[in-house]
Write a protein of this length. Sequence first.
Lengths: 129, 340
Amino acid sequence: MTTSGAVEKVGGAKKGKAIIILNPAEPPLMMRDTIHCLTETEPDQEAITKSVHDMLKEVQKYVPGYTLKNGPVFDGNRVSIFMEVEGLGDYLPKYAGNLDIMTAAATRTAEMFAEEIENGTLILKKLIA
Amino acid sequence: MDIKGKKIKLHDNALRDGMHSVSHQFSTDDMVLLATSLDAAGMALIEVTHGDGLGGSSVNYGFGRHTNEEYLKAVIPKMKNAKVSTLLLPGLGTVEDLLMAADCGISTIRVATHCTEADVSEQHIKKARELGLDTVGFLMMAHLNSPEGLLEQAKKMVDYGANCIYVTDSAGYLLPDDVTSRIGTLHDAFSDEIEIGFHGHHNLAMGVANSLAAVEAGAKRIDGSVAGFGAGAGNTPLEVFTAVCDRMGVETGVNVDKIMDVAEDIALPMMTTPTRIDRDSLTLGYAGVYSSFLLHAKRAEKKHGVSSRAILMELGRMGAVGGQEDMIEDVALEMKKKSA
């Protein structure tokens, strides 16, 4: 599974592409992510903007430093959002939000499983030793 | 300056760096026409790809009119003497892209990283060497590292298997003395088996002077493009550089009359906008900004009503590196918010 693959399989894009850029600037720059999306039909600006803000709130529950710096920008059939991810700074520097968000997402995933087990929507099979 | 008797290899970048100035829209016919004309003029190496290299075609940098495979397959079989190279920026291009290009018959791969990030080139350089390609480490934005710092990065690339190292002045920021110290430091540190190259941009009109400084300091490969066809104010104009080399007794293998004709009769008519030093491309060189940001900044000016020169100055202050084209619109939006 590559990041490009995740853009397609998790994000639902017909074709996904991930680009990594390292910037060695001092003092270090905060982790940034830009997401561009090309839509097949005229983008529904209101629905997209609402969806972006809803998801932002959802992610902020477990990554408080996840912020929308700019956008969504609508340019024909291109939709772009400009994100910043600030880490908690517990063990790693605050600018390394890319590492924090991965750990936080893993924890959140485990919690989602736990929630499903608790409310009975996921039943684990007993392993026979 | 006495560089008489030196022998160098010229590397034309019009069909790769020039892709930036036509928003990656060359037709395969354009490419074949320009490449065959350069070949006939005696050009040793010709680079062919999307402006951002293998895997460059994207929303962020602009989509190519054709795929890199289509361009390479159109041009390579038509070459009589010239060899074809291609560019790969790890993070954009993958090893699969490299295998595709090798299958198409490229002779040279240039693995490009920011001038402090040679580490990310290991996988691609090793694979290229394994494939038997002429393997070049291409250290971009070279003004952002000291001569000693560049040497440290170059040593890594040589360890991975590169047989040639480039000092790449992506921003057209370097002045001749800066080139002398950088090229000289690399040249003195490596044996003759490792060739040193220089890639210039003409944003401060230093392309030719910087390339001469590079030759004097020991560079064996010099990049440029016919009619300067490249990002920003273009690359070192190779018809001019060839003429200067001829006067100074440097052997390039390129015919002066022929390359002048290619510039005037073939390259120039293909330019959708003139490649020249305007206030924006001058700002690239002045502020040390990646040359391919130029057209993206002009587009951001149009869409968001913020001066492209101000956007470029801010990107220079931030220390934006090659590939961060997304930050151009972000900077424009930030400036718009502040002025509101």
